[in-house]
Design a protein around this ligand. Structure first.
Ligand SMILES: Nc1nc2c(c(=O)[nH]1)N[C@H]1C(S)=C(S)[C@@H](COP(=O)(O)OP(=O)(O)OC[C@H]3O[C@@H](n4cnc5c(=O)[nH]c(N)nc54)[C@H](O)[C@@H]3O)O[C@H]1N2
Ligand SMILES: Nc1nc2c(c(=O)[nH]1)N[C@H]1C(S)=C(S)[C@@H](COP(=O)(O)OP(=O)(O)OC[C@H]3O[C@@H](n4cnc5c(=O)[nH]c(N)nc54)[C@H](O)[C@@H]3O)O[C@H]1N2
Ligand code: SF4
Ligand SMILES: [Mo]
Length: 670
């Protein structure tokens, strides 16, 4: 028997925690994945999904050979072929399609199946060199980034550990118990040390159970809540005037031109909170020693998402929370710019600038977009049939007989079922990569723990070999993934100066060097917090309605995260599916009674489509709001359609982002 080894890795999933893993290996088998106690942020604990990740690596359904379609699209019937045959076939079809329709008829579709800087971005250079359409990768939360940036520019976000020194921790639109468990742990610890904890939400999530106070607002109304709070802060003399005078741009115009109308009664009308609650929240926020806001992504996925985030981001500037130890606001740490991803993405390889196709509008891109029509799509590290809005349009597109679809995957996902060519992909325990997180400040270099399972290839190996097969001359494509990791590490970056290089080379998780006072060193053009930003379409933050503020159907639909999956990932694991149960729709008891819903099932529908759920009547759902947690595989649910049959292709106000939470539905017993 080969000896047991233990190697370090990073959890590659699209999760802000980016936990450190210890991988116990025997020969080419991963025996056990567990938490790395030496990881500076995750400190040895993992979520229930990855604790047991060896079952995903060696899942019964793991794809192990290249496959060619052998039945109608969507059915999922394939026959095995060699890699040589598969690569030759893909290269010749892409060449033909480029010649007949122009290279822009080729569309890459990828997102964050893996967060590693090399593998996540592995196809970019190839499609740039080919002159294919570019994908605008905005499915997650660009509006959150845009809202933050409008006020704070390139300011380095505070460390999540700041919350431990806060006396008022506000978890705002973040379901931390599901989506960032190590932040949830820190919130619990802060509470143990005496902090008051608030959750601002649209329904009673599991995270709400951690809080002293839970404030449920109407979907898409957080901007109004923060404007109402700001009104009270100025009206009652609770603003930090010395800080505002010295460090903030445009606060007087904001106070004088925007806030007068934003009374607590007005904010109450928009949010559904009582006016007295808005007053109380403002007063408590202002009198806390060091209030810390952790802002999630959900509230940014609205037609007014960026503006709402911008309004919230004004609050710590009005109270001067930025100068207090433990105070401030954290949306994401990905602005740290620890690495220059252009080393891998190489947009400069484009022969000319090509069109940008928004990934949220894939349904439109495949069924309507013209000049040229999309004739080939290469999908990797993503499952668009399940995760992309307007599922009916996406499925119509994927079903097109004249669309050549290549899917690089580990499992027979919903998207894989529509592939003409289905290629087996490695997991992160089988390839080289470099990781940095968007929720904390640890980076880690990771080497393969085991050889690729079956005949699987990493993303980078797929694209570099395709590049060679297609005769792309650039020496860039002759490099290995490890070369690219080295190249990323060679480019200097301020936050990497002075870090423990030895530990990094050994494969340990290493903290970046956050300079003291970084969070209050405002990296904006004016050097101040820009409440007024003249470069914005609306120079002052203000109220803006969401797409569905006045929509006609009776219910707002929340499409939250599940504890047992990560978007559509982990659905290869029967034991996790069992824990999760069949997809359910949470409905308030009064709504269920008024609409004659008595289960066991309910159908939610709107103009885009319908989906069937188990009916879950619960007072965790406030009146008028229904909630579907999780993004299951279509092949696992009754009726073959999931919550994304109900979400639209409309975009956010800034950042061209998804609006997964800005939808309405009607219900009927089903
Ligand atoms: N277990 C698990 N972990 C995950 C994921 C997963 O699917 N499962 N997904 C991963 C990914 S890709 C991401 S981007 C992150 C996302 O993680 P989060 O930042 O937590 O984002 P969401 O879960 O989309 O939304 C957070 C909360 O916002 C609430 N919300 C929605 N609209 C509003 C609103 O208008 N106002 C307020 N105040 N709240 C609102 C939702 O009810 C939800 O509970 O999590 C990552 N981690
Ligand atoms: N209703 C609803 N829909 C949502 C959301 C929501 O909250 N509600 N959240 C949205 C958000 S925030 C996001 S970020 C998107 C995420 O959407 P996606 O990025 O598509 O995420 P996953 O569903 O996790 O699918 C990733 C797929 O990539 C594969 N994969 C993983 N690693 C690799 C690799 O190294 N190589 C290759 N070739 N494949 C790999 C996995 O097996 C998996 O099938 O979903 C969005 N969709
Ligand atoms: S999914 Fe998130 S919480 Fe779970 S192990 Fe990975 S990084 Fe950690
Ligand atoms: Mo995301």
């Amino acid at each position: 028997m080969p000896p047991m080894r233990t190697v370090r890795a990073t959890c590659p999933f699209d999760c802000p925690d980016a936990c450190g893993l210890l991988v116990d290996v025997e020969g080419d088998r991963v025996e056990k994945v567990r938490g790395d106690p030496d990881h500076p942020y995750s400190q040895g604990t993992l979520c229930p999904k990855v604790n047991g990740y060896e079952r995903s690596v060696h899942a019964a359904g793991r794809l192990t050979t290249p496959l060619l379609r052998d039945g109608p699209k969507g059915e999922g019937k394939f026959r095995p072929v060699s890699w040589d045959e598969a690569i030759a076939h893909v290269a010749s079809r892409l060449r033909e399609i480029a010649a007949a329709h122009g290279p822009e008829s080729i569309l890459p579709y990828s997102y964050a199946g893996t967060m590693g800087l090399v593998q996540r971005n592995a196809g970019h250079a190839f499609f740039h060199a080919l002159g294919g359409s570019r994908l605008d990768r905005t499915i997650c939360s660009p509006a959150k980034g845009a809202g933050w940036k409008a006020v704070m520019g390139e300011t380095v976000a505070p460390h999540p550990d700041e919350v431990l020194r806060s006396d008022l921790a506000i978890v705002w639109g973040l379901n931390a118990v599901a989506t960032s468990i190590h932040f949830a742990q820190r919130v619990k610890e802060a509470r143990r040390r005496g902090a008051e904890v608030w959750v601002v939400e649209t329904y009673r999530t599991p995270t709400a159970d951690l809080a002293d106070r839970v404030f449920l607002v109407r979907p898409g109304s957080d901007g109004a809540l923060s404007l109402g709070m700001a009104h009270v802060l100025f009206r009652d003399g609770l603003a930090d005037l010395p800080f505002l005078r010295e460090r903030v741009q445009g606060w007087e115009r904001f106070r004088d031109e925007v806030l007068p109308e934003c009374t607590p009664a007005w904010a109450a009308g928009k949010t559904g909170l009582d006016a007295s609650t808005v007053e109380e929240m403002a007063r408590r926020y202002a009198t806390a020693r060091a209030p810390f806001i952790r802002l999630g992504s959900g509230l940014s996925r609205y037609g007014n998402g960026a503006m709402n985030v911008r309004c919230i981001t004004c609050l710590p500037a009005i109270t001067g929370a930025w100068t207090k130890e433990g105070g401030g606001l954290l949306t994401s740490t990905s602005g740290s710019q620890a690495f220059d991803a252009t080393v891998v993405t190489r947009e400069d390889l484009q022969p000319r600038p090509t069109r940008l196709v928004n990934m949220n509008r894939l349904g439109h891109a495949l069924t309507v977009l013209d000049s040229p029509r999309v004739m080939a799509m290469v999908v990797y590290a993503a499952n668009p049939a399940a995760v992309t809005p307007d599922q009916e349009a996406v499925l119509r597109g994927l079903s097109r007989d004249d669309l050549f679809t290549v899917v690089h995957e580990r499992y027979l996902t919903d998207t894989a079922r529509y592939a003409d060519v289905l290629l087996p992909a490695t997991t992160a325990l089988e390839h080289d990569d470099l990781y940095c997180s968007y929720g904390q400040y640890v980076i880690q270099r990771v080497a393969p723990a085991v050889a690729p399972v079956g005949q699987s290839w990493s993303n980078w190996d797929l694209f570099r070999r395709l590049a060679v097969e297609m005769g792309l001359p650039q020496p860039f494509f002759r490099q290995t993934a490890r070369d690219l990791v080295d190249a990323l590490l060679t480019r200097p970056a301020a936050l990497r100066t002075g870090i423990d290089e030895g530990a990094l080379a050994e494969g340990r998780g290493v903290e970046l060097a956050l300079p003291p006072g970084a969070k209050s060193t405002f990296r904006t053009p004016s050097g101040k917090v820009e409440i007024e930003n003249p470069r914005q379409r609306h120079p002052l933050p203000r109220w803006m309605p969401s797409h569905e503020e006045d929509g006609e159907l009776p219910f707002r639909l929340m499409t939250g995260a599940s504890v047992w999956g990560l978007n559509s990932s982990f659905r290869e694991r029967p034991e996790l599916r069992e824990r999760e149960g069949e997809p359910a729709l949470m409905v308030n008891p009064a709504d269920a009674a008024a609409h004659g819903l008595n289960g066991p099932r309910v159908v939610a529908w709107n103009a885009l489509g319908e989906a069937s759920f188990v009916l879950d009547v619960t007072d965790r759902a406030p009146p008028g709001v229904v909630i579907a947690e999780g993004v299951p595989w279509l092949s696992h649910v009754q009726g073959g359609r999931t919550v994304n049959a109900l979400t639209s292709q409309r975009l956010t106000d800034e950042g061209a982002g998804s609006t997964f939470y800005d939808n309405r539905v009607a219900l009927r017993s089903g």
